[in-house]
Write a protein that binds this ligand. Structure first.
Ligand code: ATP
Ligand code: MG
Ligand code: MG
Length: 547
């Protein structure tokens, strides 16, 4: 991989290595397995893995699975698959839930030091007692419980003697702190629920702010990179590390999360789209999930290049979703063979072409890359062109087909339109044209010029195919709001039935092509069957977007 450009996190790492604070850096990507990964996670993955890689360090994949009710092994498996697909190999694979015993012991240590206590206030009372930015907090009446009593109650919590919500373990810090996170935060709560990894072994579970620094410390993580929302949790992170007296001293560093225009990007909201059947699963090509992007046909290279380009900053911003499309085009331009597909077919009969004749024409697979070779495409008396490439009464400067006009068929001949056949409702159903054998592509014909070049497929041998065209799922450019379900684009999916070149019968799921004039398409993994090719449009060919 090419070295990343400079950023503030990289500078911290360089300093820490130069000063001798660390000999080796260790980062981690710590997803909670409560949903599929999305493009925002990719930013964090690329950052963590490439940073460690650049300085010959290590990156672990750690499942931050401390919340039994929302987590599932389905998500664990999908996350592993997605990280690998993005092109990264973790050094170690960890589950935070494997540290529950150690975390429990640290909590006991905090209680013994007088730094944690069992509190019987309800969640609502705790919130009320916490105060606000302008109102100081009030101490819990349980704050000064003797250590022995705390130890006994905490043990009882673990043993299942209390119901959900009856008691919590809290840190004893400072109810007057200007930072609300420091006002005796909850460290453990009671949840009688089965956990995907530990089953029914535990009924108390550590809170994120308590668990995360300890997970980092256990693994020897040096730089614990997270998103900006956790900036005011950093004093608590440091407090936990200091008071638990962990051997290693990880540091939390925050950066701005990725936001994209017209995209919801929180697992909770994405799960809602799945659960309410707004989309067809986590891997729906309209989803910003890695699985959705993969199914749509986006490549890992494009995602990595995109993540490198957006860089790492400490200020909030929204990235134009077209920027990702730019990197997809750039990658596929080099990789995807060119071919022709007709998305909305209109039949053309070439009246002066012999009935039973069929010829093979040669076409290059990529005019920019000879190494991609050529293919043979069949041509005969009946072909399909794109419905929108014909107009009966065209405006000025219309260079495609209209009565009396001559155009070039890509890789084939010039044809002239002579007759328009309509049905009883006055719809154009067929065109009668003639071709000029002398104009055959590749013969060097220069006799006359035409302005329009159309793509086509041979009607006799073309393969029927379905094309799925996508628009943004969310209409609102700024899609962070809670009302995203009211912003769903009713036209986010258009399904068309047309034809592809005969040689596409070998196409397999995940094969990618550039359909002449239409854009880049991917063979769908879910709906493609033995005799039914389904293509997802990844991106159209052109965009006004500039980097
Ligand atoms: P969401 O808010 O979408 O549910 P999360 O932050 O709860 O995501 P985690 O599984 O906790 O999801 O995230 C794993 C890692 O990915 C965290 O370090 C988190 O900071 C990072 N991450 C999540 N969303 C983004 C984003 N939009 N941009 C950059 N990093 C992100
Ligand atoms: Mg989360
Ligand atoms: Mg979050």
């Amino acid at each position: 991989t090419k070295p990343s450009s400079s950023n503030f996190i990289k500078n911290i790492v360089i300093q820490d290595l130069e000063s001798g604070k660390h000999k080796e850096i260790i980062t981690r990507f710590p997803p909670e397995p409560n949903g599929y990964l999305h493009i925002g996670h990719a930013k964090s993955i690329v950052l963590n893995f490439e940073l460690a890689d650049e300085f010959k360090g290590k990156t672990n994949l750690r499942f931050d699975d401390t919340n039994p009710t929302k987590e599932d092994t389905e998500y664990v498996e999908s996350i592993k698959e997605d990280v690998k697909w993005l092109g990264f190999d973790w050094d170690e694979l960890y589950f935070a839930s494997d540290y529950f015993e150690e975390m429990y012991n640290w909590a006991v240590h905090l209680i013994k030091k007088g730094k944690a206590y069992v509190c019987d206030l309800s969640a609502e009372e705790i919130r009320e007692y916490r105060g606000t930015l302008t109102r100081p907090g009030k101490e819990s009446p349980y704050r000064n419980r003797p250590v022995e009593e705390n130890l006994q109650l905490f043990e009882e919590m673990r043993a299942g003697k209390h119901k959900d919500g009856e008691k919590v373990l809290r840190a004893k810090i400072d109810m007057a702190s200007p930072n609300l996170n420091m006002r005796d935060p909850v460290l453990y709560r009671i949840v009688h629920a089965s956990h995907h990894n530990t089953g029914d072994k535990w009924c108390i579970y550590p809170m994120y702010d308590y668990a995360h620094p300890l997970e980092d410390a256990i693994e020897g993580v040096t730089h614990s990179i997270c998103t900006l929302e956790f900036e005011d949790h950093r004093p608590l992170y440091d407090w936990i590390i200091q008071e638990c007296e962990t051997e290693s001293q990880p540091k939390q560093i925050e950066f701005a999360r990725l936001n994209l225009t017209n995209t919801v990007m929180s697992k909770r909201k994405l799960k809602q789209l799945v659960d309410e059947n707004v989309v067809d699963g986590w891997d729906d090509p309209r989803m910003p999930t890695i699985a959705g992007l993969r199914r749509k046909g986006c490549t890992p290279e494009a995602i990595r290049n995109f993540c490198r380009e957006i860089g790492v900053a400490k200020s909030y911003s929204v990235v134009d979703a077209q920027m990702l499309e730019h990197f997809i085009r750039e990658d596929l331009n080099a990789k995807a063979p060119r071919t022709m597909a007709i998305l909305k077919p209109l039949k053309v009969v070439i009246t002066n072409y012999p009935e039973d004749q069929l010829e093979m024409l040669e076409a290059e697979n990529n005019p920019d890359d000879e190494a991609m070779g050529t293919r043979q495409i069949s041509f005969s008396r009946e072909i399909y062109i794109e419905e929108e490439d014909f107009m009966e009464n065209p405006p000025k400067k219309y260079f495609r087909l209209f009565p009396g006009n001559e155009v070039r068929l890509k890789h084939a001949y010039f044809i002239t339109c002579n007759e328009v056949i309509k049905d009883e409702n006055d719809n154009v159903v067929e065109l009668h044209c003639t071709y000029d054998p002398e104009t055959k592509s590749g013969t060097g014909f220069t006799g006359r010029k035409v302005k329009g070049t159309l793509h086509w497929v041979d009607a006799k041998n073309a393969i029927p195919a379905e094309f799925r065209l996508y628009e943004p799922l969310i209409l609102d450019e700024d899609s962070e709001g809670e009302h995203f379900l009211e912003q769903i684009n009713p036209n986010s999916l258009e399904v068309l039935k047309g034809y592809v070149e005969p040689n596409m019968k070998e196409a397999k799921p995940q094969d990618k092509f550039q359909f002449f004039r239409h854009g880049y398409f991917n063979v769908d993994t879910k709906y493609t069957m033995k005799d039914q090719l389904v293509f997802n449009r990844i991106v159209s060919l052109k965009s006004s977007f500039k980097i």
